[in-house]
Design a binder for this molecule. Structure first.
Ligand code: NCD
Length: 320
């Protein structure tokens, strides 16, 4: 797997392999010195043309823990501000000798376009409302860790909120369904994607109908920056109908868990402080972000020829 761009390209076997590899990375992260030489000599560029906190920092941390060199591209101080095109930017950085681009961009499909301009691996860190495969991998790993399962057969996962604008929803629905979960999406009809009829999901427009039977309640941020028309009456009515309140938390089944990819809109979809909720997996999602992105970089950057050598680089002995 040279490129990590969408869940369908990765496929079920690929998802399971990365989740499995992430367990090994998580063991490395629990060591007093969480660093191994597995990607020594490789260079990873972060090319974020849209804002990010957790995805960007977790990729950077992941690359460093595997001993890769990192290059950080910041739009505000780059020649993009002088009008340089994305193609020229990619070709210029490629000429310096890089092995992977971690790309976030507001347009869907950019990771496939970039492939034409470089020989490096392309890792999709979010393209428009299209895909965010590494978030889905983080979430599969987190569910697998919390429930102690590899197959999600028998689990009901309800994804609630702004499905229409969410690349996380698109990637997660595919990945969760691939691993066998029953997926319900809960949203007002204005926030459903036009092609939802083809998704492997059940649709509801009432969170209270699903809350009592859901194992994982996955809340999404209302993405006001991607809305060009009034799709909801107002924030407070949206929050009352689709937000997570104390009452709704109390209606969840005993072993149910709550997830959110961040950033959260407190007082809108999150009307409770999740730090006080024993059911919350939100901190695990962030922590697991580093291990899973280590697994992603390792998978993309060690093709058959150097994999055996790199795998030795994961061991404790090699770290010393
Ligand atoms: C998400 C994103 O950027 O797609 N955040 C993330 O990567 N953790 C979700 C969002 O912006 O709401």
């Amino acid at each position: 797997m040279k490129h990590i761009r969408s869940i369908s390209e990765i496929g079920k076997a690929g998802v399971l392999a990365i989740v499995e590899r992430a367990k090994q990375m998580s063991e490395i992260n629990s060591r007093p010195v969480p660093k191994v030489p597995a990607l020594r000599g490789k260079t990873v560029v972060s090319l974020f043309l849209e804002d990010s906190t957790r995805t960007r920092l977790s990729f950077e941390t992941a690359a460093k823990r595997l001993s890769a060199e990192t290059m950080n591209f910041s739009v505000s101080t780059s020649s993009v501000n002088k009008g340089e095109s994305l193609r020229d930017t990619i070709e210029t950085i490629s000429d310096m000798g890089v092995d992977a681009f971690v790309v976030r961009h507001k347009s869907s499909g950019i990771p496939w376009q970039i492939e034409q301009w470089t020989d490096a691996s392309i890792i999709n860190a979010g393209d428009g409302a299209h895909q965010h495969p590494t978030q889905a991998l983080v979430d599969c790993f987190t569910v697998s860790e919390a429930f102690g399962v590899d197959s999600f057969e028998g689990l009901t996962i309800s994804i609630v909120g702004d499905i229409r604008h969410s690349r996380v929803a698109r990637s997660n629905v595919e990945a969760f369904a691939m691993l066998g979960a029953k997926v319900i999406i809960v949203a007002p009809s204005t926030l459903l994607p036009p092609d939802v009829g083809h998704w492997p999901v059940t649709i509801s427009n009432d969170i209270d109908d699903v809350i009592g039977t859901t194992d994982i309640l996955y809340m999404l941020r209302l993405q006001s920056e991607r809305m060009d028309q009034g799709l909801i009456p107002n924030l407070s009515e949206y929050g009352n109908r689709f937000g997570l309140t104390e009452k709704r938390v109390s209606q969840l089944p005993l072993n149910a868990r709550i997830m959110h990819p961040g950033p959260m809109n407190r007082g809108v979809e999150m009307q409770v402080d999740p730090s006080h909720l024993s059911q919350s997996l939100i901190h695990r999602q962030v922590a697991n972000g580093v291990s899973v992105r280590m697994a992603v970089l390792f998978t993309a950057l060690t093709l058959n020829d150097d994999r055996d050598h790199a795998i030795q680089g994961l061991s404790k002995e090699a770290a010393q």
